[in-house]
Structures are given as structure tokens and as C-alpha cells.
Design a protein around this ligand. Structure first.
Ligand code: WQD
Length: 338
């Protein structure tokens, strides 16, 4: 049985990817330091698939712990999610972001290369493009100076991996996510609401649930049709399936270069007001919101050209924005009951 290490496997995207890996017969080992999730997620993964993944609570910033882990576990491939990911927070805590997101990556890669473990999937982000000159955004779009230490840690992460692949023949794929949203159809896993939501969808669902008074729409004077910013919102299960497709490509040695990058989105842009309207259609009730000033660092529009991933990974999104928003709303309602 092929055994895959999923770092950050109890996180939002990590947990959904663990489910898809188990559905495809992989044995999964999770490393997570529980800094942004709870052990409940492990039980909920088992409730969905009937299989409890092996879970090791270690901190990837601890090089000794990482080394001990690899001495004790034979691993065939790694999907690396574990990282801090709050854009705003990274501006006020740059060193915490560089230490966590980059040291962890280096310690992981050192173990993989010393043991000849080849298959490595990296969680990257469309943030690396900044405001792209052309839309939809292809993988050939120039990488712009990062707008935040978070964004820079993803750019630097890709370079570290690329250099390692070149030097020692590691095979790796970086997946540049657009905006992950929604929850598993079982409504047993989703985006954990820890603290005040920074992202649009959890803030919308918490407003609809009466936890937040109203949503602040950050700017309606962008050069877009309705003045609000445009993003590519992809359901987290579609995103998880892109990871199993990328892993299969490496295991089956179908990769054309030893470092590849794919944009993972729906290929469709939606404005903030369009998302609000779609959400109101799902809940059949008006959402309380007000227009405020733009948020520092936000780009006008970002949505993916997904043709490379569609062709090379034989993967495409299957879940609509409305269905994704419905799952996010069901997940929010399930929170109240627990
Ligand atoms: C989406 C849109 C906001 C909140 C970030 C990271 C990206 C990835 C996803 C980690 C924007 C608007 C938001 C609110 C609003 N994270 N908005 N009111 O900024 O596109 O991407 O999260 O990988 O790397 O950069 O996502 O959900 O914060 O914002 O109007 O209360 O919603 O201005 O236009 P973003 P977001």
C-alpha cells in the first residue's frame, strides 16, 4: 500500500485531501501540530471514510522531530500543507511566517532527499502572481513582488523546491490555489471558524448565522463591472482532487519535468457582490452588508486559466459556486449544533 505523508493534514484543505487519498486506497500518515485545528477533525475523517489515518503531533520547525519521524516511518510521497496562511497576520509577524513556512519546508526536503523519497506536492497560492497583467492567469504569468510575507513565503518555497529538484532529482509539483471555499458534502469537515474570519466566505456565513453583525465589502470602486473585486472560488473537494491527480502523475512518472506548477481554480471569476447574490439565493434571505474602503494588498481580479491542469492532470472542477456556497452554509449551521 502506497503510504503518503500529509503535513497539516488536519487543516481545511489537508483534511479534505486526506479523505480523497483514502478514497483512492492510499495509506495516510498525518503530521500536524494542532496550531490551527483540533483533534476532532481526525475523528471526523474516520467518520467519513471509516479509516483512521495515523496521526503524529510534531512541529515541523523541530528538525530533530522531523528526522525521528522519517527514521520511524517509511513514506512513498508527501503532500505538504503545514504553513501559516493569514496574509494580514504575516505583515505583523514576518519572522514567524518565514521560520514556520520555510524552515519546515527545508527540514522536510532534507529528509526526503537524504532518503531518496521522490514524490512531493507543495501547497502554493495564486498570491504569487500579485495583480496579473493578463486574465485569466496562466502558469507563465510573471511572478510579481509579493504583497506580504505570506505571499513571499510561497514564492520562496517554490524556488527552494525547484532548486532542490534540479540539484538532487526530487520530483515535485506546486499547486497554485485560487480561493478555496465550502465543506465536504458529509458536513463533517470544513473550514474551522477559529477567530474572526479574514476570508470572505466564512465571514458571510457567520453574518448569515448572526455571529457577525454585517459583512464589510472591501471596496466597490474597482475597475470591474459592479465595482467589487473578482476572485476564483473553488470548492475544497475539487481542490483536494487536484492533489490526488498531481500525486498520481508523479507516482506514475508522467511528469514532464522534475518541477512542475499548475494553477488550480475554476477558471471563472466572481465579484464580491455576485458571491453575495448567489449566497442570498442559497439561503433565501438577504445578507447584511455595507460597502467600506479597499483592503490593503487586495488585487482587483484573479482567476485561473486552468487548461494546463485540465490537460496534464486530467482534472477539472465539477462543483458550482452555488453548490459550494450551500455547503459552506450547511457547515456553518452544523457549527451551531456542536
Ligand atoms: C476575497 C475577496 C476581499 C473579506 C486570500 C489569500 C490567498 C488564499 C485565500 C491562502 C477580496 C473580499 C474579504 C471581507 C471582503 N489564502 N472580502 N470582505 O484575499 O482573495 O485570498 O485568501 O492561501 O492566498 O491571499 O481571499 O477571502 O480574504 O477575499 O470584501 O470581510 O473578498 O477584498 O476581494 P483573498 P479573501
Amino acid at each position: 500500500m502506497t503510504r503518503i505523508l500529509v503535513t497539516g493534514g488536519l487543516g481545511f484543505i489537508g483534511s479534505h485531501t486526506v479523505v480523497e487519498l483514502q478514497n483512492r486506497g492510499y495509506e495516510v500518515v498525518i503530521i500536524d501540530n494542532l496550531s490551527n485545528t483540533t483533534l476532532e477533525v481526525l475523528h471526523n475523517i474516520k467518520a467519513i471514510t471509516g479509516i483512521q489515518p495515523i496521526f503524529i503531533n510534531i512541529d515541523l520547525r523541530n528538525q530533530k522531530e522531523v528526522n525521528t519521524f522519517f527514521n520511524e516511518h517509511a513514506i512513498d510521497g508527501v503532500i505538504h500543507f503545514a504553513a501559516y496562511k493569514a496574509v494580514g497576520e504575516s505583515v505583523s509577524k514576518p519572522l514567524a511566517y518565514y521560520q514556520n513556512n520555510l524552515n519546515s519546508l527545508v527540514y522536510l526536503l532534507q529528509e526526503l532527499t537524504e532518503r531518496g523519497i521522490g514524490n512531493f506536492i507543495f501547497s502554493s497560492s495564486c498570491t504569487v502572481y500579485g495583480q496579473a497583467d493578463e486574465l485569466p492567469i496562466t502558469e507563465k504569468a510573471p511572478i510579481k513582488p509579493a504583497e506580504s510575507p505570506y505571499g513571499y513565503s510561497k514564492q520562496a518555497g517554490e524556488i527552494i523546491i525547484k532548486d532542490t529538484c534540479k540539484a538532487v532529482g526530487l520530483n515535485a509539483i506546486a499547486l497554485r490555489y485560487f480561493n478555496p471555499i465550502g465543506a465536504h458534502p458529509s458536513i463533517k469537515i470544513g473550514e474551522l471558524p477559529l477567530g474572526v474570519p479574514q476570508n470572505l466566505i466564512p465571514y458571510i456565513t457567520q453574518t448569515a448565522a448572526g455571529i457577525r453583525k454585517e459583512l464589510s465589502v472591501f471596496g466597490n470602486d474597482y475597475p470591474t463591472e459592479d465595482g467589487t473585486a473578482i476572485r476564483d472560488y473553488i470548492h475544497v473537494v475539487d481542490l483536494a482532487k487536484a492533489h490526488t491527480a498531481a500525486l498520481r502523475r508523479l507516482i506514475e512518472k508522467k511528469n514532464k519535468e522534475n518541477f512542475e506548477v499548475f494553477n488550480i481554480g475554476t477558471g471563472k471569476g466572481s465579484s464580491v457582490l455576485e458571491v453575495i447574490k448567489a449566497f442570498e439565493k442559497v439561503t433565501k434571505k438577504p445578507l447584511n452588508y455595507k460597502i467600506v474602503g479597499k483592503r490593503e494588498g487586495d488585487v482587483t481580479a484573479a482567476y485561473a486559466d486552468t487548461s494546463m491542469a485540465n490537460r496534464e492532470l486530467n482534472w477539472k472542477t465539477e462543483i458550482s459556486l452555488e453548490t459550494a456556497l450551500k455547503s459552506a452554509w450547511q457547515w456553518q449551521q452544523a457549527q451551531k449544533k456542536s
